[in-house]
Design a protein around this ligand. Structure first.
Ligand code: FAD
Length: 480
């Protein structure tokens, strides 16, 4: 059988999250044929798992421009551009209708998990004759494995399924693999579907990011309503100051409110905080029923042991690189993001407010026409924003279509106040108050309060760490 010309092959997009679907929309506008492969039964499968969480960026920044053009042609009306959707609303009001447009509907295969990507007929070591070869995307659907040829591949598969382990130094704690029944996932629906798991029980929350804060504040509410509910919060750092924000002095009122609420819950005894905690081992009860034993060390190496009913590992995510083993990638050794992008997003020095928009040039790899996009492109950095991902795929679609000028242009203008921190006064305060209290859609916990992990280090000569300051979303600088 004659081989198809590479240019007649589809551009395979891995993952039907917001960035994968936006990629498909941009590719279509450029006259390229997308084929979106989605592991879940429905589009937005990862976001559906945190559907109860309210985003911190408003609709204005959650909808891609090319996707909007497809939707508007179907009479779609945008939700209030200033409103903050929950994950579930993002899927139901945007991703599901987008996937149902006549242009995209036939180009998305759900229930199709990509196992591996390679170049046709050559393994990774072969250089001679490599350039210009099609890609082969191996996928499984209904138990059947197929190889799908592609002219280019965009990996938009996210990182949701790959939580960082609980153990220190990047490795699972001893026994972690045997206590999965006690691990409640990174963002359980504490006030909704998962409530029974936490009410009247002892929960350990591990982590120092927004997910940890969301879960802790929800648990505090359950504790007020259900006696016997215990909350322990373990952080690896010395101080939770970064997450507390600046309280009344904070430039962003809602961030201050959320931080103050968390701080009050700790100082009032609702949450027991363990600093500098390193988890060494997790041991299931002998009869498989009851509490899991968590052993480790705290401040000054003091032994800490806990008995808990559930553990929430809000420890961040890492990319699945195994499926890309046969692709020649240029990844930063620490961040696991494309090497040229990594310095701009390195969590040692950047918050989401300091990452500049970027496109095809920064995301390129030694194997041409292969890109990791969306939240997976950030590797282990936690600061990805949808608006940045939409700009990535706009630029890549232009590059694949040969429009270098458009690929190089930066078309995204983030507001000076930051998409990540929604410095929107009353609206944010309202949302935050709702999140800290009752109602569906939990806290949209503001980010950008400090520049990455550097914000966790106490300032020289200070007992309490540096004071948080608002940051600019458009500035690549990290001295904010
Ligand atoms: C709780 C939370 C709140 C957030 N809030 C905001 C916010 O307010 N503003 C903002 O800009 N960003 C926010 N983000 C960050 C980011 O925008 C989201 O994570 C967003 O979902 C990333 O989109 P994505 O398309 O890159 O990946 P995902 O939404 O994770 O989509 C990836 C898709 O790929 C599929 N997939 C995975 N592996 C495979 C495979 N092997 N084969 C085929 N398909 C596969 C998954 O099922 C999934 O559907 C938030 C993230 C989280 C977790």
């Amino acid at each position: 059988m004659a081989r198809m010309a590479t240019t007649e092959l589809p551009v395979v997009v891995i993952g039907a999250g917001p960035v994968g679907l936006a990629a498909a929309a941009h590719l279509l506008e450029r006259g390229l044929e997308p084929l979106v492969l989605e592991a879940g039964d429905q589009v937005g499968a990862a976001i559906r798992q945190w559907g109860h969480v309210r985003l911190f960026s408003p609709w204005e920044y959650d909808v891609d421009a090319a996707a909007l053009r497809l939707l508007e042609a179907q009479g779609w009306e945008s939700p209030d551009r200033d409103a903050l959707p929950t994950g579930a609303e993002l899927v139901e009001s945007y991703l599901a209708p987008l996937a149902a447009t006549p242009e995209l509907a036939g180009r998305i295969r759900t229930g199709t998990r990509v196992l591996a990507v390679t170049r046709e007929g050559v393994d990774k070591t072969r250089t001679v004759g490599r350039a210009g070869r099609p890609y082969v995307v191996r996928a499984v659907a209904d138990g059947q494995v197929t190889d799908i040829p592609a002219r280019a591949v965009l990996d938009a598969s996210g990182t949701w399924g790959r939580s960082n382990p609980l153990g220190a130094a990047g490795l699972p704690a001893i026994g972690e693999d045997r206590v999965s029944a006690w691990l409640a996932g990174p963002l359980p629906d504490v006030l909704g579907a998962d409530r029974e798991r936490f009410a009247g029980k002892h929960t350990l929350v591990v982590g120092m990011g927004h997910s940890a804060a969301n879960t802790l504040l929800a648990l505090v509410q359950v504790r007020e309503e259900e006696s016997g509910t215990e909350i322990t919060w373990a952080i690896r750092g010395r101080s939770p100051a970064r997450l507390y924000g600046g309280g009344d002095a904070d430039g962003l009122p809602a961030r201050g409110l959320l931080g103050s609420t968390l701080r009050a819950a700790v100082s009032g005894g609702a949450i027991r905080l363990i600093r500098e905690f390193t988890i060494g081992s997790l041991t299931a009860p002998a009869d498989g029923d009851g509490r899991v034993a968590v052993a480790g060390t705290g401040r000054d190496g003091a032994a800490v042991s806990l008995q808990v009913d559930a553990v929430v590992a809000a420890t961040g995510f890492r990319p699945d690189l195994e499926m890309l083993r046969e692709v020649r990638l240029d990844l930063d050794p620490a961040v696991e993001a494309p090497a040229r992008l990594a310095p701009l997003i390195d969590p040692n020095s950047h918050s989401c407010g300091t990452v500049p928009p970027h496109g095809a040039a920064l995301l390129a790899h030694p194997d041409e026409n292969f890109f990791v996009v969306g939240t997976k492109s950030y590797g282990r950095a936690p600061t990805f924003l949808l608006a940045t991902g939409y700009e990535q795929v706009r630029s890549i679609a232009a590059a694949l279509a040969g429009d270098t000028a458009a690929a190089e242009r930066v078309e995204l203008a983030l507001p000076a106040t930051g998409v990540c921190s929604t410095a929107l006064g009353d609206r944010e305060a309202t949302e935050s108050a709702e999140g800290a209290g009752q109602g569906s859609g939990r806290v949209g916990f503001a980010t950008g309060s400090q520049h990455g992990w550097s914000g966790e280090e106490p300032a020289a000569g200070s007992c309490c760490g540096t004071a948080p300051r608002p940051v600019a979303a458009s500035s690549p600088s990290c001295d904010g």
